[in-house]
Design a protein around this ligand. Structure first.
Ligand code: NAD
Length: 284
């Protein structure tokens, strides 16, 4: 029997419903709304469309929203000044810098300049460290979205074998820690892993985030596994994932498609983190 689909829109909608309910409750009690900002440097078309979506969604949900559009050739010092302004701005409870940044800018230095309490993208070393030490902090939106997708299946994570392909700071590493915290046994794989296919065949939960089209074949999937395809590669006019979907859906019990899987949830998780930042500020 083909696998059940994990539809990103459905997962995102259930998170949005919770956000709207919580915003309404806080507004009734305090008369305040959370503020969220996105910093966009340059005109990268993918970033531009992502930022437009973020702005639309945040306004629709009831956030105060700002986009700081900055020129491609902005200097490191001028960008750091904008970050400092947002750190100090009382209306803004959380903000993110849209990546990638132009090459002349030092991405690590920029992300580290964000106040960790406003770091709703979860990329500041302090928030990563909090995840490492099991403290409450912001979690990178993509990893957090994948957790919601797994939870959407209502299958237990406790004691399960989770194999993650890709060890980036925004997907594999934070997700490994999140799943460990939920008592999964986690194997984190990468481009130098030997015997990847056999490792995947043991996975109750298989997450592919390599950016390598068709990497995961149907016979790499354990019967009944949950398969989350995070990879997105533009092939001609199509977006293609890391998993051979047609083969894998015949073996898995749950599978996410590309497009329509993780993508639609990540923006919603940014709103979720902005709401958390707001509640932290209000001490509620
Ligand atoms: P990255 O380039 O930082 O990391 C890729 C990881 O995959 C590395 O750890 C690398 O070792 C591993 N890898 C690459 N090829 C491999 C192979 N053949 N076998 C095993 N491991 C391999 O990338 P990233 O930023 O983590 O993104 C990964 C993919 O997820 C990309 O396709 C990206 O577009 C996609 N992505 C999607 C969303 C979304 O919202 N849908 C968000 C973030 C990333």
């Amino acid at each position: 029997m083909p696998a059940n689909l994990i539809k990103g829109d459905e997962v995102a909608e259930s998170v949005r419903t919770e956000i709207v309910k919580e915003l309404g409750r806080i507004y009734d009690e305090t008369g305040l709304v959370p503020g969220l900002a996105v910093v966009l440097v340059g005109q990268n078309p993918a970033s531009l469309s992502y930022v437009i979506n973020k702005e639309k969604q945040s306004k629709k949900l009831g956030f105060y929203s700002e986009v700081r559009r900055l020129p491609e050739d902005i200097s490191q010092d001028d960008l750091l000044e904008v970050i400092e302004e947002l750190n100090e701005d009382e209306k803004i409870h959380g903000f993110m810098v849209q990546l990638p940044l132009p090459e002349h800018l030092d991405e690590r230095a920029i992300l580290t300049a964000i106040d960790p309490e406003k770091d709703i993208d979860g990329t500041h070393p302090i928030n990563m460290g909090k995840l490492f030490s099991d403290e409450k902090g912001f979690i990178a939106c993509t990893a957090h979205s994948i957790l919601h997708m797994i939870e959407h299946t209502k299958q237990p994570v406790y004691g399960k074998s989770a194999v993650l392909i890709g060890r980036s700071n925004i997907v594999g590493k934070p997700l490994a820690l999140i799943l460990l915290r939920r008592n999964a046994s986690v194997t984190l794989c990468h481009s130098k892993t030997v015997g990847l296919a056999d490792i995947c065949r043991e996975a109750d939960i298989l997450v592919a985030a390599a950016g390598s089209t068709g990497l995961v074949k149907g016979d790499w999937v354990k019967p009944g596994a949950i398969v989350i395809d995070v990879g997105v590669t533009q092939v001609g006019d199509r977006l293609v994932g890391d998993v051979d979907f047609d083969q894998a859906k015949e073996v898995a019990s749950w599978i996410s498609p590309v497009p329509g899987g993780v993508g639609p949830i990540t923006i919603t998780m940014l709103m979720w983190n902005a709401l958390e930042a707001f509640k932290y500020k209000l001490e509620i």
